[in-house]
Design a protein around this ligand. Structure first.
Ligand SMILES: Nc1ncnc2c1ncn2[C@@H]1O[C@H](COP(=O)(O)OP(=O)(O)O)[C@@H](O)[C@H]1O
Ligand SMILES: [Mg+2]
Length: 273
């Protein structure tokens, strides 16, 4: 696929990207603090930690998304991408570092409390209730809401019309791409202020991937910043305002999506040349 395939997509408003022009493209391990994260809406800042009493998986790792942006995390299998997302969502005990949302330190909050604060998270696996219907999945997504969420459900159905057609079907009967739509729709039901997606296009065909990316761009244009992990690194960086390459739990490269796509080393090592 050529670089230009997504040329007319993604957020092109230069005023909200790289405002300080720090150009820290080749951030070497441990330079997380030097990144331009001053205006981040959501930031996992210099995170170090692992699972339980096990070894550290993340090492001074920083991931962030600014208002209006799509930020994409790529990197090899086992690099710690999912672990980084879980850390930001409060599913990991950080030994060092902090998580801030809209300027507020939320490092000590539980995942549930982070949802209440406005975080929507779609994990990489087990992200839907397969025996429940599509509509029940969306209702489950609204669990923290006490107001009338029917309007939000209509918005989800407008975004993903196929889900309306299949709303009374068990979600487990849907195709891979449709299940991912259910998972994203469920997360949108809380009316999140920021959306975190771990491999939303895993296991789907290139055409379905393309459609999902279009929907994700659509969500981002409604004003919801998006932080997502992607296996389809090249395509994801095409739509990314900001990209992070993680290697062994560390920030290896950081830049705009365009910068990373143009970088010789990133291309050779992570984008297949
Ligand atoms: N629940 C877990 N308990 C212990 N180690 C884990 C757990 N989940 C992942 N890991 C380890 O953390 C490292 C990073 O995994 P992960 O974050 O899933 O990578 P990625 O998402 O980049 O493929 C791997 O070495 C993996 O074995
Ligand atoms: Mg993962």
């Amino acid at each position: 696929m050529s670089n230009g395939d997504y040329g007319d997509r993604g957020n092109k408003d230069a005023s909200i990207t790289n405002t300080k022009g720090t150009g820290t493209l080749k951030a070497s391990p441990g330079t997380g603090r030097k990144m331009d994260t001053g205006s981040a809406f959501l930031i996992g800042d210099s995170m170090t930690g692992g699972y339980g009493n096990g070894p550290d998986i993340l090492h001074d790792c920083t991931i962030a998304v600014n208002p209006g942006e799509i930020a994409v995390i790529v990197g090899p299998n086992g690099a710690g991408k999912s672990t980084g997302m879980k850390a930001v969502f409060g599913m990991l005990n950080l030994r060092q570092g902090s998580v801030r949302l809209d300027g507020e330190d939320i490092t000590d909050l539980s995942p549930q409390d982070r949802v209440v604060k406005g975080m929507g998270f779609v994990p990489q696996t087990n992200n839907i209730f397969t025996s429940m219907t599509v509509e029940e999945n969306l209702e489950m997504g609204a669990f923290i809401r006490t107001d009338d969420f029917s309007e939000t459900m209509e918005q989800v159905y407008t975004l993903f019309p196929i889900l309306k057609d299949k709303r009374n079907q068990p979600a487990g009967e849907l195709s891979g791409g449709q299940r991912q739509q259910v998972a994203v729709g469920r997360a949108l039901m809380t009316k999140p202020k920021v959306l975190m997606l771990d491999e939303p296009t895993a296991g789907v065909s290139p055409i379905v991937m393309d459609e999902l990316f279009d929907r994700i761009i659509e969500v981002s244009r409604t004003g919801i910043p998006i932080l997502m992990v992607e296996q389809n690194a090249r395509q994801a960086l095409e739509i990314a305002d900001r990209g992070y390459v993680l290697v062994q739990g560390r920030n290896a490269y950081t830049g705009t999506g365009k910068e990373l796509l143009a970088d010789e080393d990133v291309r050779k090592s992570f984008l297949g040349g």
